[in-house]
Ligand binder design. Structure first.
Ligand SMILES: C[S@@+](CC[C@H](N)C(=O)[O-])C[C@H]1O[C@@H](n2cnc3c(N)ncnc32)[C@H](O)[C@@H]1O
Length: 246
């Protein structure tokens, strides 16, 4: 994606991003926070901070947080106060010295970094202090047999990478992270209607994506534990939280 295209993509998404239910799901944020063991004196960089949801959640636990994002429109919906600072920057465009941060966080960001992905992870590694930790969260297909369906659905939505546990582990290990631990967080009853309505996608694409869910194979429905309730389609979404040490 060119920079201009990327700006526009996030400009549209930024309008309703904070209305997305999953973004604020308390149990997901709690799972993310507890996996990282944040300390009072930590200096944290939240990359792809977007509207700053993770930066805000982590800030009370640590000394300072910098939220970094390529999209000014997403950042405009963040809230600058107290120990949080925001910076418009591409993570692949270095700005910090080596060994600066105690923790680097990245929730639902790396699948958007479709080019020079390893370079982005290398940068996270470089700016962490020795002994510092990277906390990475990404959605993955719920089972290998529905990976192709997953790709087809998301292809209608955006250009993105489809990760698996193995590919995420490789991404981290290739940058040098050690002792990498993986935990699973399942978002139960994820509402497809809520997701599509706040996606910024044109209505015809929203309809096609909805249809792809309700008309999915039995294997697909089972893997997603899909339910149709009151005109909505509810699925269980699999997320992985990886923590690696420098
Ligand atoms: C799905 S949002 C996630 C926002 C936030 N982390 C959260 O969990 O709510 C992904 C964000 O990553 C940002 N992003 C994508 N590529 C990036 C890059 N190369 N460098 C910095 N930010 C990037 C986008 O602008 C967007 O705000």
């Amino acid at each position: 994606m060119t920079n201009m295209k990327q700006e526009n993509f996030w400009k549209i998404r930024s309008k309703k991003y904070n209305d997305l239910k999953w973004v604020h799901e308390g149990a997901y944020i709690k799972a993310f926070k507890t996996s990282a063991d944040f300390r009072k004196n930590d200096f944290v960089l939240d990359i792809g901070t977007g509207t700053g949801v993770i930066a805000h959640a982590v800030a009370p636990l640590v000394k300072e947080v910098i939220g970094l994002d390529i999209s000014q429109d997403m950042l405009n919906n963040s809230n600058w106060e107290n120990n949080k600072y925001f910076i418009k920057r591409d993570i692949r465009n270095p700005i910090f010295y080596d060994n600066v941060f105690d923790k680097v966080t990245a929730r639902m960001v790396f699948h958007h970094i479709t080019e020079r992905t390893q370079e982005a992870m290398n940068e996270c590694y470089r700016i962490l202090k020795i002994g510092g930790k990277m906390i990475l969260a990404e959605g993955v297909p719920p089972a290998p047999e529905v990976k192709e369906d997953y790709k087809k659905i998301f292809k209608l939505k955006e250009k993105r990478l489809t990760f698996t546990e193995e590919s995420l582990l490789s991404l981290m290990k290739n940058s040098g992270f050690k002792n990498t631990k993986v935990s699973v967080y399942i978002m139960k009853n994820f509402s497809i209607n809520d997701w599509l309505k706040n996606s910024g996608l044109p209505v015809d694409k929203q309809d096609r994506i909805y249809e792809m869910h309700v008309n999915g194979s039995e294997i697909f429905k089972k893997a997603y534990n899909m339910k149709n309730i009151n005109g909505d389609c509810l699925i269980d979404v699999k997320n992985l939280i990886l923590v690696g040490k420098k």
